[in-house]
Ligand binder design. Sequence first.
Ligand code: AMP
Length: 216
Amino acid sequence: MLKKKNLIFVGAPGAGKGTFSAMLLEDHPMAHISTGDLLRDEVKRDTKLGREAAGLMKEGKLVPDEIIAGMVRDRLAQPDCENGFILDGFPRTIRQAELLEEALSSLGKSLDRVVYFKVDDDTILKRLTARLNCKKCGKIYNKLFMPPTVEGVCDVCGDTLYQRPDDSLETAKARLEVFYKQTSPLIDYYRDRGLLFEISELDKDKICAALTAELE
Ligand code: AMP
C-alpha cells in the first residue's frame, strides 16, 4: 500500500509521466487522470470542447486553464479517486495549480506528493519524436528505447501503433518551450510547499525503485 497516494506527476512532455503512471498502477489501483488523454478523447468524440482543443493541441499550445481545471474537478469527484490519484499532465500553469487547490479543498482532499521527472532537452526530443502509442489500450512504446516485439504492433492487445501528431519535431520543440515558460514555475511553487520530489535518473529500474521508496 502506498502511504502517499494523491499525486501529481510533472515534467516536460516525454519525461516519463505516462510510462511511470502505468508502472505504478500495475501494483497500486488508483485513478489515472491524464488531461492529454481526456482531451484526445474529446477530440475523438468530436465534442464542442474537442473541436476547440484540437487546434491548440496540434500547435502544442495549452487549452485554457478554467476549461481544463473544470474537467479535472469533475474527474476528481468520481468514486475511484478515493483510492488515490495520479494527475498526469495537470496542472501545467500556476493558475491551474490554484484552481486545483480550490477543487481539492472543496472535495475534502489534499495532495501528498508532486513528482518531478527531470530530463534533459536532447533526450526529450529524441524520445518524443520516436514515441509510439497504442490507440486501443494506450500503452506507450519508443522506437529507440522501448520498441514493441513486432514493429508497429502493440505487445499487449495486438492493435496498430501510431505516432501522435503533436510528436513531430516541430511541435515537440514548441511543447518543450511551453513547458519552460508556463509549466516549470510549478517546480518552485510545489518545492516551496514542501511537496516536491525530484527524480533526475534516466534508468527505468532506478526510477521505479526511487518512486516506490518515496511513496510507500
Ligand atoms: P499531453 O498528452 O499531456 O502531452 O498533452 C497533449 C496536449 O493536450 C498538450 O500539448 C496541450 O495542448 C493539451 N493539454 C494537456 N494537458 C493540459 C493542461 N493541463 N492544460 C492545458 N492544456 C493541456
